[in-house]
Design a protein around this ligand. Structure first.
Ligand SMILES: [Zn+2]
Length: 131
């Protein structure tokens, strides 16, 4: 495991923590860290709401990156419930492909931090529907 993944894990861990905001909104059960091409790390938490207004932690972190004027992803790490393993959902993969058409296949994604298992988005999503 290289130091960058460890830094990303610590950044995601720092914002992890489930909180009930109202009768309809909970957040933080999952957290994510996205590293941009410049090397900056952006974090996000999942937001769960009534009637599917919420967002995954990965997309929240990507939107945080975009909000800060960066548009290219290098790596993605997510801490799922119980620190288990998991790949980004289809909506998160689709956002990454649309952000970086022609380059998205190189995005590195941590699948299982406990084992250091990394896959590229190209391996997870070999055939994008637009290309
Ligand atoms: Zn997702």
């Amino acid at each position: 495991m290289d130091k960058i993944w460890e830094e990303m894990y610590e950044a995601a861990k720092a914002v992890l923590g489930s909180v009930t905001i109202s009768d309809y909104v909970k957040a933080g059960e999952v957290s994510a860290a996205v590293r941009s091409k410049s090397g900056q790390i952006y974090t996000g938490v999942c937001i769960d709401t009534c009637s599917s207004l919420g967002i995954c932690a990965e997309r929240n972190a990507i939107f945080n990156m975009i909000t800060n004027g960066e548009y290219e992803i290098d790596r993605v790490l997510c801490i799922p419930p119980n620190e288990g393993k998991g790949a980004p959902c289809g909506a998160c993969r689709e956002l990454m492909t649309q952000l970086m058409p022609g380059k998205y296949k190189d995005i590195k994604i941590m699948i299982d931090y406990s084992k250091g298992q990394v896959m590229t988005l190209g391996e997870l999503t070999p055939e994008w529907w637009i290309e």
